[in-house]
Design a protein around this ligand. Structure first.
Ligand SMILES: [Zn+2]
Length: 235
């Protein structure tokens, strides 16, 4: 079966198999029963962005890898925002996985600028970028980081609307990273093949190939008891 969606006020109409939409989105999928009237969905995206989304439905992560950052960073953000509106969490998670494969350079600063500082922390992708920034600073030092961030970082720090929220967010991440470093557990975010920055429902989390169940609580209690015992012995 096929259904039709319109993309904004521009002349772009797509005919899509409802099974494909049901599989890869929550919003469209739920309204795609054969007896339902034709659903109306506010796409609010450019035909180019929606075309990329349709391409992804058919071809998967290969489409995301074609984006060239930072040149395509705004297109990347538009696709992310569309995926958010369509509740296509699988697409968002794949876009984040793709970011983990990119080398750390000033692209990451461009991403922060494009995704908007005002929304910082509310987007998993921005959260990942800030974690990566903090890791690079703690592990390699500010001098190396400034060298990599270069003019892009300098420009952002000189711009009041970016500087304050960016500094606050990065400092929060740095605090956490320094603690992990002291504990010897700081890991490069790019190598963490987990669901840490994924967005999931309870069901989809269990189905994610990256999902790792949390260690059983009993183990944590045993460790705590051990510490108490050691403290007692030292008195
Ligand atoms: Zn996941």
């Amino acid at each position: 079966m096929r259904r039709t969606w319109h993309s904004g006020t521009l002349d772009a109409t797509y005919h899509l198999p409802s099974s494909l939409l049901r599989k890869h989105t929550n919003l469209l999928g739920k309204s795609c029963n054969t007896d339902d009237p034709l659903p109306k969905v506010d796409i609010d995206a450019s035909p180019d962005t929606f075309s990329d989304f349709v391409d992804w439905l058919y071809r998967g992560p290969e489409v995301i890898r074609i984006y060239r950052l930072p040149y395509d960073v705004n297109s990347y953000r538009h696709l992310w925002e569309l995926a958010d509106r369509l509740q296509a969490e699988e697409l968002r998670n794949q876009m984040l996985d793709n970011l983990q494969n990119l080398p750390f350079d000033d692209n990451f600063i461009s991403i922060l600028r494009s995704f908007g500082i005002a929304r910082m922390g509310t987007t998993a992708l921005v959260d990942y970028v800030c974690d990566k920034l903090a890791y690079e600073i703690v592990e390699k030092g500010w001098a190396q980081f400034i060298q990599v961030g270069g003019k892009s970082w300098d420009d952002m720090m000189r711009t009041p609307i970016y500087c304050a929220p960016l500094t606050k967010r990065v400092m929060e991440k740095l605090d956490g990273a320094y603690i992990l470093k002291e504990q010897g557990t700081l890991e490069d975010p790019a190598t963490q093949m987990t669901c840490k920055w994924h967005e999931h429902t309870k069901k989809s989390k269990l189905e994610c190939p990256r999902y790792q169940p949390e260690p059983p609580r009993k183990k944590a209690k045993a460790v705590a008891a051990e510490w108490i015992q050691l403290d007692d012995a030292s008195e």
